[in-house]
Write a new protein. Structure first.
Length: 178
């Protein structure tokens, strides 16, 4: 919540109580808000390593779309581009993750897709149409081309957008086959 929203709520409290705003209380509120804002972790919808969506933001979007009435064009689906597990350590190097994120954003720009990286896989929520399916194939190829030995072969699998299937795909990680 921003300081503007906080002060608006504060003002509404005094209006509801039919009292004049207490300036000293307002100053204490602003000081407290500023102190907490300095130590609170930043709220972001973007993963710092890849520049793609965070898991929470991605899941929220799936829930939003699942609540909507599907349109005649075929709605949305989930694609998972599974990358080979990293050879060293527990995750891919951060420089490679930044390149992956940049490549995904560039190749899917203008498609209406949202992507996130998790567990050596790129999860893409996208509107279903022929053009987007081709762009996803291009995205897989572009990611593989970044580091042939590290990110190849990448596997691409599609899931229909239904709460049970989509959330299961996120929880289980990348599929084994394509």
């Amino acid at each position: 919540m921003s300081i503007t929203e906080t002060i608006s709520d504060f003002r509404a409290l005094f209006v509801a109580a039919e009292q004049r705003v207490d300036i000293d209380a307002l100053q204490s509120l602003a000081e407290g808000w500023a102190e907490v804002a300095e130590i609170a972790p930043p709220i972001s919808c973007t993963d710092v390593y890849t520049g793609l969506a965070t898991r929470a933001h991605f899941q929220r979007r799936i829930h939003e779309l699942s609540a909507e009435v599907p349109d005649a064009s075929g709605g949305h689906a989930l694609a998972v581009i599974s990358l080979p597990p990293p050879r060293e350590g527990r995750s891919h190097r951060w420089t490679l993750l930044a390149l992956v994120g940049d490549t995904v954003q560039r190749t899917l720009k203008g498609t209406g897709a949202m992507a996130m990286y998790q567990n050596s896989a790129i999860h893409v929520l996208f509107p279903v149409n022929d053009g987007n399916l081709l762009r996803l194939i291009d995205c897989r190829k572009s990611v593989e081309a970044l580091a042939l030995e590290t990110l190849s072969p990448a596997r691409l699998k599609f899931y229909p957008l239904s709460m049970s299937v989509s959330l299961t795909a996120l929880q289980e990680g990348p599929p084994d086959t394509c």
